[in-house]
Design a protein around this ligand. Structure first.
Ligand code: ADP
Ligand code: MG
Length: 756
């Protein structure tokens, strides 16, 4: 029996999913696999685990598992469900990559999908669990897809056992055919239960113009306008990354300061009075509130022009100059306005859980809540009281080069489905408004849905993980959406060349060869590699790193290469002459430091990798402070991530091999000359196919090959990136970490492979 508070009980009863409890529980009882669809906020994540618990699925030693693609959701949802059920977090717990609070009393366990995948490696039948809920399946994260594929096989295996396993797949958008119509995945299509949602109408306002770059500035102006002119209600802003989120938060807090003291009744009255006065003085004409369409939630405004004007957009162009809005008045915007406190909170994946939890609390009285979030607020978390959504239309995504497998983060347009999800966040508690900072024409060009992640990235790490689970014929794996055959073949070939998979037997015909290649079993080396949470190339380096005391160095280099972009971008446009000078000075200093870190003698051959090693070493030696990082042009956040990853890799290495016992050394001394030689070999063992040869004067047929390199993979010339310490030296042969295409194709993370 669950003892909920009256307040919680009342809130629950408002959720549409509560009326469906019986239908859902019956379907789960009768079927091994059930798909549950409902709009974000309908109560899937918080309520279904409770239904299952109350129906006895979490009794004795049985656990209800819930997987989330994001760490932030796993933590937040476990806390929310514990609170709703009035149970401690020893009973309703979470487990994510670096931490957790699971105990021997745990009955409901929220975890990331990656954590459950690791558990399958230890116990393929997942015998601890009686039910597995795959949440947010619509996000189509690679691990979610793989888990669903694996569970489609585990569930039938468990059916013959004493304790059958139930699988519940929960999804927000209604594009579930990949799960239900895929006969290879589920020969018997699972029943689909749709939960109606209590969605209030959301009026969508498009911008007339789409800002080219400064969508963050556009967000700022929009928040100011809404806060000054529109009735109470939370504002939710979607931006793309943590840095942007923080910068907008700072700017807004400066413009609408909230003192932090709890506002007394008197002060509240005062501030209301101030607000009245403010409104009177600024608004000579009554504010035109946007028309709310109560009957129709439409993503497209009927008449764009009208909606824009009603949203207060028109003022910017003409008579509204007294409103102190718009670009030209940005200085005035920055002037603090104490009469209108705005309670501004950031929200993104890496934010500490206590900080994240703040968005769920009501803001201090007399203030308006404004949450500036990344994509995490799109579907995983429902923030109460949001009435206005500002959607920049962008998302930060990883992109991969098909040829080289090289990845980079880029900001790109979202899909129409995402835009509609974002808009929907405004209509959870009352009718709302969504301001899209792009035109309806641009919206029309968005993809309808984003492609599942698995089709957009190389899959060598997944193939290795699967082989580690003894799935030899990866092509036959029941993917909800399979990766391309090319991607699978490329992955298998790379893993064979790294020694992680057995060489296929020599066969005559090419077709047979390809077939044989796609079913190579894993080797002992491959098993070791599979235990490291990094790309197989780097895992290979780690697996070989034990010799000659090189492991701490290899761990550091691998962590740095995995985190990427250690150095600040200093080629940015300066706002003033003064700043230009400052950046120039910093650049010179960073260059000097890089030369020092690059070492002397043979160490110099390690090039950029030696710089990474030196930078991490110096940073740790100085105690890893934001100041040290700033002085030396290093990104503090990257250095912190490297520290965490080094810790994790060190733990993994120690657990694999009890005789090495290495530890994280903050006073790591530079490698000796002979260690440098070994390090160069170890690097080659993972990046052996990433080699390039400089084109000499005599063979240069075209100007475009000046200072260029030729790689076996590409027809076109590639170059050493100007930020590399080897940029001036241009060694004849180099090995590189990755190629990034900007104005040219540039190699990054370059080492020389010339003989000493
Ligand atoms: P779904 O998984 O269907 O998107 P949830 O179960 O996450 O829906 O949320 C259901 C409702 O519970 C939301 O509409 C929200 O109002 C409320 N809710 C969820 N998490 C919290 C929280 N941490 N604090 C307060 N309310 C919450
Ligand atoms: Mg949910």
């Amino acid at each position: 029996p669950v003892d909920r508070t009256a307040e919680i009980q009342e809130a629950r009863l408002k959720l549409p999913i509560l009326g469906e409890e019986q239908v859902i529980m019956e379907a789960i009882k009768e079927n091994p696999v059930v798909v549950l669809c409902g709009e974000t906020g309908s109560g899937k994540t918080t309520q279904v685990p409770q239904f299952l618990y109350e129906a006895g699925y979490g009794s004795d030693h049985d656990i209800i598992a819930v997987t989330e693609p994001r760490r932030v959701a796993a933590v937040a949802m476990s806390q929310r469900v514990a609170l709703e059920m009035n149970l401690s977090n020893r009973v309703v717990s979470y487990q994510i990559r670096y931490e957790g609070n699971v105990s021997d009393e745990t009955k409901i366990k929220f975890m990331t999908d990656g954590v459950l995948l690791k558990e399958i490696q230890k116990d393929f039948l997942l015998q601890k669990y009686k039910v597995i809920i795959i949440d947010e399946a619509h996000e189509r994260s690679v691990y979610t897809d793989i888990l669903i594929g694996l569970l489609s096989r585990i569930v039938p295996l468990r059916q013959k056992k004493r304790k059958p396993l139930k699988l519940v797949i929960m999804s927000a958008t209604l594009r579930i055919e990949d799960f239900t119509e895929n006969r290879r995945l589920f020969p018997v299509p699972p029943p689909v239960i749709k939960v109606d949602s209590r969605q209030f109408p959301v009026t969508v306002h498009f911008n007339k113009r789409t800002p080219l770059d400064d969508y963050a500035g556009e967000c700022y102006r929009k928040v100011c306008k809404i806060h000054r002119m529109l009735p109470p209600g939370g504002i939710l802003v979607f931006l793309t990354g943590q840095a942007e989120v923080h910068s907008l938060c700072r700017r807004l807090r400066k413009s609408f300061p909230y003192s932090g003291k709890s506002v007394t009744k008197e002060e509240e009255d005062d501030s209301q009075e101030a607000m009245r006065k403010f409104k009177k003085s600024k608004h000579k004409k009554p504010v035109n509130l946007p028309k709310i369409d109560l009957d129709n939630y439409s993503a497209m405004p009927l008449d764009e022009g009208d909606e824009d004007r009603e949203a207060g957009e028109g003022e910017e162009d003409g008579e509204g100059s007294d409103l102190e809005l718009g670009d030209e008045a940005s200085d005035a915007d920055e002037k603090p306005d104490y009469s209108l406190p705005l309670f501004v909170l950031p929200l993104y994946s890496l934010l500490a859980p206590e900080q994240q939890a703040k968005v769920f609390c009501p803001p201090p009285s007399g203030t308006r809540l404004c949450v500036v979030a990344t994509n995490v607020a799109e579907t995983s978390l429902t923030i109460p009281g949001m009435k206005y959504v500002i959607d920049c239309g962008k998302v930060k995504k990883r992109f991969y080069d098909k040829v080289t497998g090289v990845s980079s983060f880029r900001v790109d347009w979202i899909s129409q489905a995402s835009a509609n999800q974002r808009a929907g966040r405004a209509g959870r508690t009352e009718p709302g408004h969504c301001y899209r900072l792009y035109s309806s024409a641009v919206f029309g060009d968005f993809e309808q849905f984003s492609l599942p992640e698995i089709t957009r990235r190389p899959v060598e790490d997944l193939v290795l993980q699967m082989k580690d689970l003894n799935i030899e014929k990866v092509v036959n794996f029941p993917f909800p959406t399979p990766p391309s055959a090319d991607a699978l073949i490329a992955a298998e070939e790379l893993l064979i060349s790294l020694g992680a998979l057995q060489e296929p037997p020599k066969v005559g015909r090419l077709k047979d060869l390809q077939k044989a290649k796609l079913s190579s079993p894993i080797t002992a080396l491959g098993k070791t590699m599979a235990s490291f949470p990094v790309s197989p190339r780097y895992a290979k380096m780690l697996a070989l790193g034990k010799q000659h005391g090189c492991l701490p160095y290899v761990i550091t280099i691998v962590a740095a290469m995995t985190v990427r972009e250690l150095f600040e971008e200093l080629d940015r446009p300066a706002a003033s002459d003064e700043e230009k000078e400052r950046i120039k000075g910093k650049k010179a200093r960073v260059l000097q430091m890089q030369r020092i870190w690059a070492g002397q003698g043979p160490a110099q051959k390690l090039g950029d990798l030696m710089v990474m090693l030196g930078a991490v070493g110096a940073c740790e030696y100085s105690g890893l402070t934001p100041k040290f990082c700033d002085n030396n042009g290093l990104r503090y956040k990257a250095m912190m991530e490297i520290r965490r990853l080094r810790g994790q890799l060190t733990t993994t290495a120690n657990s694999l091999c009890s005789d090495i016992q290495i530890f994280l050394d903050s006073k790591m001394s530079p490698p000796t000359e002979s260690q440098v030689t070994y390090l160069r070999q170890i690097v080659m063992s993972g990046l052996g196919d990433h080699i390039a040869r400089r084109i000499g004067q005599e063979e240069m047929l075209d100007e475009k090959w000046r200072h260029a390199y030729k790689t076996p993979l590409l027809e076109d010339p590639v170059f050493i990136h100007p930020s590399s310490v080897l940029f001036r030296e241009l060694p004849e042969f180099v090995v590189y970490q990755e190629i990034m295409e900007t104005s040219k194709m540039y190699m990054k993370g370059v080492s020389s492979i010339e003989p000493e």
